[in-house]
Design a protein around this ligand. Structure first.
Ligand SMILES: Nc1nc2c(ncn2[C@@H]2O[C@H](COP(=O)(O)OP(=O)(O)OP(=O)(O)O)[C@@H](O)[C@H]2O)c(=O)[nH]1
Ligand SMILES: [Zn+2]
Length: 208
């Protein structure tokens, strides 16, 4: 069954740095308990601050710095594709809490306004800073840009390695997961879609 999360792509106008959702003391206590429970707590000096480092590391991955979505008037009529290619990202797999990371290719067909270019990458960063499912990550970025920019089309290609799939479980080393989230003319206009995917697709495989 498809479960829709219509609010998931909404972000506050300005992002606040810090990790307000994290109770650091409780998280460190739980991390220490986890290390003990799985039998790796050896009391050594090296592991002394491991619970604190675990929490700080997770807080870092679940946080993104403050930014604003800056746009400019489309004065010269840029109605062709604008593509930010090879934007690196790291997120946390919602199922295993292991990292998945790779690159995002974000394309926009502008209308009345153009986005500050870095904001395409910042949108990727902001939505990646959550427990995520790759398909939902792509859809949330696309929905956010479509809504904020009121553009004619948005396309988001994500190509990522999931450690939960390549380093544990099935251990499919080298496997890459590619997802496409297109909206507007980048989904419905075959020519525009083909041009976008052609420019984005050759970049989906990481350098060996
Ligand atoms: N569709 C999708 N699946 C994901 C993503 N990240 C992880 N998964 C999958 O989520 C599934 C969770 O399945 P479970 O059977 O509950 O977990 P598991 O026993 O650890 O499964 P294995 O990884 O096969 O050992 C696995 O198939 C993962 O590969 C993602 O971003 N998108
Ligand atoms: Zn996983």
């Amino acid at each position: 069954m498809l479960i829709a999360h219509p609010e998931n792509h909404r972000l506050p106008a300005t992002f606040i740095p810090g990790s307000p959702g994290i109770d650091v003391a409780a998280a460190e206590q739980a991390a220490a308990a986890l290390l003990t429970a799985i039998g790796v707590s050896d009391g050594s000096e090296a592991a002394d601050r491991t619970p604190a480092r675990m929490v700080a590391g997770l807080a870092e991955l679940l946080n993104c710095p403050a930014w604003e979505f800056t746009t400019f008037p489309n004065r010269e009529g840029q109605h062709e594709l604008v593509l930010a290619r090879d934007v690196p990202f790291t997120s946390l797999c919602a199922h295993h809490l292991l990292p998945f990371s790779g690159v995002a290719h974000v394309g926009v067909l502008p209308a009345a306004r153009i986005a500050g270019l870095s904001k395409l990458a910042r949108a990727v960063e902001a939505f990646a800073a959550r427990m995520q499912v790759q398909e939902e990550l792509g859809q949330q970025i696309a929905a956010f840009l479509e809504e904020r920019l009121e553009c004619r089309g948005v396309g988001v290609v994500l190509a990522a390695e999931h450690l939960c799939m390549t380093r544990r479980g099935v251990r499919a080393q080298g496997a890459e997961t590619v997802t496409i989230a297109c909206r507007g003319d980048l989904r419905d206009d075959p020519g525009a879609r083909a041009e976008f995917l052609q420019l984005a697709a050759p970049q989906t495989r990481r350098a060996a």
